[in-house]
Ligand binder design. Structure first.
Ligand code: RB5
Length: 144
């Protein structure tokens, strides 16, 4: 599986732990995030991740910032992106099952690294339910 990941200064430790975890599973990861805690602007790394997902270049994306809101707001500007803010396993499960999210947004300042890894695993292992949820997600994009 292929994954694009990005993070600002709130999340380099979270990103490293997630990348290590996924590489051990054989995932191929493209890292667009910062590897330091020096202040960084989240849109700078969200755009390349969201663009990869929007273009179908990767199976899914992972974005990390302090609250996860800035990254989600930016990523959801892309027509084919469904980026969901996740803070526990149940929300993560439903974000995949009901919303067919293709990017998980993790709030580094409001969750632990262990919880973040657990959420990434839930995200990967949960199938979209389809049915009425497909009808709903089909109504999300703006028609031009
Ligand atoms: C950075 O201080 C913080 O604003 C950022 O990580 C994120 O929470 C924005 O939504």
């Amino acid at each position: 599986m292929t994954v694009s990941i990005g993070n600002d200064h709130a999340g380099p430790e979270y990103k490293s732990a997630i990348v290590k975890h996924l590489e051990e599973k054989g995932f191929s990861i493209t890292n667009y995030g910062t590897d330091t805690t020096n202040s960084a602007d989240y849109p700078d790394f969200v755009h390349p991740v969201a663009s990869d997902v929007d273009a179908g270049k990767v199976d899914f994306g992972i974005l990390i910032c302090g609250t996860a809101n800035g990254v989600a707001m930016t990523a959801n500007k892309y027509q084919k992106v469904r980026a969901g803010v996740c803070w526990n396993s149940e929300i993560t499960h439903l974000t995949r099952q009901h919303n067919d999210a293709n990017i998980i947004c993790i709030p580094a300042r409001f969750t632990s690294i262990l919880q973040a890894i657990k959420m990434v695993d839930v995200f990967i292992n949960t199938e979209f339910e389809g049915g009425r949820h497909k009808r709903r997600i089909d109504k999300i994009p703006l028609s031009c």
